[in-house]
Design a protein around this ligand. Structure first.
Ligand code: 5RP
Length: 219
């Protein structure tokens, strides 16, 4: 299977976790786009989607899937999203598509996080993919200096403004052995909106597309 075929396969496979007449949390990215396309085929069987980005909202609506505001929803069963890296503990780096803040919020409300990814995203140690950190624009250089103290090399993602009107720093050069501790540490820097480490709220199920088919990993 090519990488695109793997993305399509896991997008389709995630439908098995969709219960009839429920609200579905929807992430962001090229793999999630495959899930949204698959979801459209059963749109009459679901209540609505809660979206993690303007991009996903646009795609969902274009396919006739109703999107509801998260504030109108108390709880829902599953959140389906991709990852930039995922380790054996189901901890992830996310935010390659700059949607990390809303992704983290929607994931927090969902009962289960279903991660869909191809096998290139599986790693032993998180950090080869630069860690995205969303920051308040005013705080960007201060946060960058603090991230340097933690051993990283933050690079401003020039020209990118998030859905929340904030900036992104991509932190290179980290080898993350204690993802929960680093997530907490970065969260404490004033001006950080969200760090793209999903360790405290990792995935519960991972559907990994590989050359041999889909591998399902459950916590
Ligand atoms: C967006 C994300 C995506 O889930 C992550 O970047 C993976 O994207 P893709 O499926 O396109 O590889 O976190 O902010």
């Amino acid at each position: 299977m090519t990488q695109d075929e793997m993305k399509k396969a896991v997008g389709q496979a995630a439908l098995a976790y969709v219960q009839p007449n429920t609200i579905i949390g929807v992430g962001t990215g090229s793999t999630v786009n495959c899930f949204i396309d698959a979801l459209a085929s059963i749109k009459d069987q679901i209540k609505a989607a809660v979206s993690s980005s303007e991009a996903s909202t646009t795609r969902l609506k274009a396919l006739g899937i109703p999107v509801v505001d998260l504030n109108e929803v108390t709880e829902f069963d599953i959140y389906v999203d991709g990852a930039d890296e995922i380790n054996a503990q189901m901890e992830m780096i996310k935010g390659g598509g700059a949607a990390l803040t809303r992704e983290k919020i929607v994931a927090a409300v969902a009962k289960r996080f279903v991660c869909i990814a191809d096998s290139t995203k599986q790693v032993n140690v998180l950090g080869k993919f630069p860690l995205p950190v969303e920051v308040i624009p005013l705080a960007r250089e201060y946060v960058a200096r603090e991230l340097k103290k933690l051993g990283g090399n933050p690079i401003y993602r020039d020209g990118v403004i998030t859905d929340n009107h904030c900036h992104i720093l991509d932190v290179h050069g980290l080898a993350i052995h204690d993802a929960k501790a680093l997530e907490q540490q970065i969260n404490q820097i004033a001006g950080v909106v969200t760090v793209g480490l999903f360790a405290h709220r990792g995935a519960d199920v991972a559907l990994i597309g590989s050359a041999d088919g889909i591998i399902t990993i459950s916590k």
